[in-house]
Design a protein around this ligand. Structure first.
Ligand code: MG
Length: 206
């Protein structure tokens, strides 16, 4: 069994530095809970609200002290490696070309991965995850994975802090419409801590 783990906002905290950046830039006071759909920031503010992770101007991954793993993330990742074997635990991350090199270095620095343990996805994520479980903060990636691959997927919402992961907000993202039944699928689940993910994998004998 392979375990595919998303990077941004699943293992590392991309969201708090981004929210801080937004609050300063637009003189507002939002939290990650207010971000109730994927395109919230670009729609509520303006398209440049996504520059934080999209613009070639920034390469935050190069600064190891700026984007940090969530508390418990490193232990979680190693616990997965111990259980499934190092080569079966793979970080999968949609990656801008100008971030790729530094992002992989960042992941190596914190998680001690090999090159083979990082997929910088350029296609849809589910195309890479046919033979395993996907753990990701973006519900659409999990839904598509379950729909196309008929494998388990877990929506990860660290400490239940992200609005876009919450079931009652799924109706706000029109991309989710097609997958409204997936949330009732046995392969679909949600977790708000790394312990919960590990326990669930154990309980279900994965
Ligand atoms: Mg993510």
């Amino acid at each position: 069994m392979k375990i595919f783990v998303d990077y941004d906002t699943t293992l590392i905290n991309l969201i708090d530095p981004w929210v801080d950046w937004i609050n300063k830039r637009y003189s507002v006071n939002i939290t990650s809970n207010d971000i109730n759909r994927w395109y919230f920031l670009g729609e509520v503010f303006d398209k440049t609200a996504n520059d934080f992770w999209r613009s070639e101007e920034y390469n935050h991954y190069a600064d190891k002290e700026f984007l940090l793993p969530f508390e418990g993330a490193v232990d979680f990742f190693h616990a997965l490696e111990e259980k499934y074997g190092k080569s079966n635990v793979i970080i999968i991350s949609a990656t801008r070309k100008h971030h790729k090199e530094e992002k992989i270095k960042h992941a190596k620095y914190y998680f001690g991965i090999t090159d083979e343990q990082f997929i910088a996805s350029e296609k849809e994520k589910y195309e890479y995850t046919k033979d395993g479980i996907l753990i990701d903060d973006y519900p659409l990636h999990v839904m598509e994975h379950i729909h196309h691959n008929n494998q388990k997927g877990i929506v990860f919402n660290y400490e239940d802090r992200f609005g876009w992961c919450k079931l009652h907000n799924y109706g706000l993202d029109e991309k989710f419409t097609k997958f409204s039944q997936i949330t009732k699928n046995d392969n679909f689940s949600m977790a708000t801590s790394y312990e919960q993910v590990l326990k669930e994998l154990d309980d279900e004998n994965y």
